[in-house]
Write a protein that binds this ligand. Structure first.
Ligand code: UTP
Length: 289
């Protein structure tokens, strides 16, 4: 049973500077909701209520966001806005959230190593704190269902256009169904003609505790950081790893263009904005022509 989740959220967010100079990128809102709240909601919707968020310097607002704010609560109560009050209380009660600080930013593999004591000997889910996945069945739930069937490390992947594979971490191996692949290759940003597939690593994982040993043995790689992909490649020598092609749309809010696209798409999906916002977009685009 997968009962715990780890959300790494300590990174610098250099691709989103200057906005991320003094605030976490994971707190950048999509309309009115911080990105990391969508990620925590995905855990909860997948039946996980024990969540460890890996934070670091300058990330205090993440803890504040999920903490109680009784002064704010009473102010909203005075205004008799029950919907807003319930919304705020919901954030505070969403899950059992723990925090640990990554002392130096040594990469995603290093960040996950901080979960060793918390996760102990249990498998756990990993959800990148800057990645939202919109889907009918929460992606972490899709991953857990697969894990329960195969009891192997599972890497979420999305299909990307062949000519774009060099932007992603790509998996390779033997397909065992339309959605599953038994892995024998993990490559970072391969050349288009050398890529083993067009399945790109998508920011969600189910890991077994053996990953901690693998991270310990992983030397520093790209950017002089301990990369999770390198640790998984090491693990693959002793264990079976699997990729699950997820059903859902992935949004990496860590880069500016995707952030903009996410905001627009989410706004168009919201009842209160859809009509007027779509009209505004059409008008703006027309005027620009
Ligand atoms: P990214 O690969 O986007 O790295 O991390 P980054 O450093 O945050 O961003 P850029 O490239 O400088 O713009 C993916 C997720 O892993 C976390 C990040 O917070 C993000 O949610 N992360 C990354 C850590 O927790 N620790 C790290 O050392 C690196």
């Amino acid at each position: 049973m997968v009962k715990k989740a780890v959300i790494p959220a300590a990174g610098f967010g250099t691709r989103f500077l200057p906005a991320t100079k003094a605030q976490p990128k994971e707190m950048l809102p999509i309309i009115d909701t911080p990105t990391i709240q969508y990620v925590v909601q995905e855990c909860v919707d997948s039946g996980i209520e024990d969540i460890l968020i890996i934070t670091g310097r300058g990330k205090r607002s993440i803890e504040d966001h999920f903490d109680r704010n009784t002064e704010l609560e009473s102010r909203i109560k005075e205004k008799e806005d029950e919907t807003l009050y319930n919304q705020i209380r919901h954030i505070e009660d969403m899950a059992n959230i723990h925090y640990i600080r990554q002392k130096e930013l040594n990469g995603l593999g290093d960040a996950i190593y901080y979960a060793k004591d918390h996760c102990g000997h249990e498998p756990f889910a990993v959800l990148l704190g800057d990645t939202i996945i919109n889907s009918v069945i929460p992606v972490t739930q899709q991953m857990i269902d697969t894990f329960e069937q195969y009891h192997q490390t599972i890497i979420a992947v999305e299909t990307v256009p062949r000519d774009k594979v060099s932007r992603y971490g790509i998996v390779g191996g033997e397909k065992i169904s339309d959605h599953l692949m038994q892995l024998n290759e993990l490559v970072e940003k391969p050349d288009v003609d050398k890529s083993p597939s067009n399945w790109a690593i998508a920011g969600r994982y189910i890991l077994t505790p053996e990953i901690f040993d693998a991270i310990e043995k992983t030397p520093r790689g790209k950017g002089n950081e301990i990369q999770l992909t390198d640790a998984l490649r090491l693990l693959m020598k002793h264990e079976n790893l699997m990729a699950l092609s997820i059903e859902g749309q992935r949004y990496d809010i860590g880069n500016k263009l995707d952030y903009l696209k996410t905001t627009v798409e989410f706004a168009l999906r919201r009842k209160e904005f859809a009509g007027p916002f779509a009209d505004f977009l059409k008008e703006t685009v027309n005027n620009m022509k």
